[in-house]
Design a protein around this ligand. Structure first.
Ligand code: SIN
Length: 197
């Protein structure tokens, strides 16, 4: 599948007849909410793990030196913590553009921290997209992230902002926190001042 998902997303899971739709974010959508939303709540989804297995050559890397960004991998019993946003369906046009490098819209059930559930959408980069990089050890991922940079800034900022946000949500994501530790070693600074978003 082509890495550019813009056209195909326009045909997937449209909620035009809804007044508002829940969007579940687990990567940059947690820490960079540059879109209008009505309300946000921390939430989680089950059966998925966050992994830095998606390549980024339009935001946090280049075609020659792709960065690594988060996607979700099916993992029975796993729980992925993130942020849910209630948005108007028109906002998906902006989000489809932002997530066009391999991410497809999927329907999901999410659970808010108070135990209530809602159906909504999540963007997932599946292994069949041509920008997918797949598994690597946390230290290999950290080394790639340490050197990659793209139009949205250094790849390291993506990882460090995400780790900080997960900590403030009270989450412990062993994969993300191990990459963070290895990344800080690779960058030779601990703690590192984050560039503003
Ligand atoms: C998400 O954050 O939910 C999708 C991946 C990303 O934009 O980083």
């Amino acid at each position: 599948m082509s890495a550019n998902t813009l056209e195909v997303n326009r045909t997937r899971f449209r909620f035009d007849d809804h007044e508002a739709v829940w969007l579940f974010g687990y990567g940059s959508l947690i820490f960079k909410a540059d879109f209008p939303f009505i309300e946000r709540r921390s939430a989680s989804i089950t059966g998925w793990s966050r992994r830095f297995w998606q390549g980024s050559h339009d935001h946090r890397g280049t075609l020659e030196a792709p960065g690594r960004v988060a996607t979700l991998i099916e993992t029975p019993q796993a729980r992925c913590k993130g942020m849910a946003y209630l948005i108007s369906p028109q906002v998906f046009e902006q989000l489809d553009f932002r997530e066009k490098n391999g991410y497809l819209r999927f329907c999901t059930e999410m659970t808010f921290d108070d135990g209530r559930h809602a159906q909504g959408l999540v963007y997932i980069a599946t292994p069949d997209n041509s920008a997918f990089l797949g598994p690597a050890s946390e230290s290999e991922i950290a080394l790639q992230i340490a050197t990659a940079t793209g139009p949205s800034g250094p790849n390291a900022d993506y990882l460090l902002h995400l780790a900080e946000s997960l900590r403030s949500l009270g989450d412990h994501d062993a994969h993300v926190f191990e990459i963070e530790m290895q990344l800080r070693l690779a960058l030779g600074s601990c703690p590192r001042a984050l560039n503003p978003l």
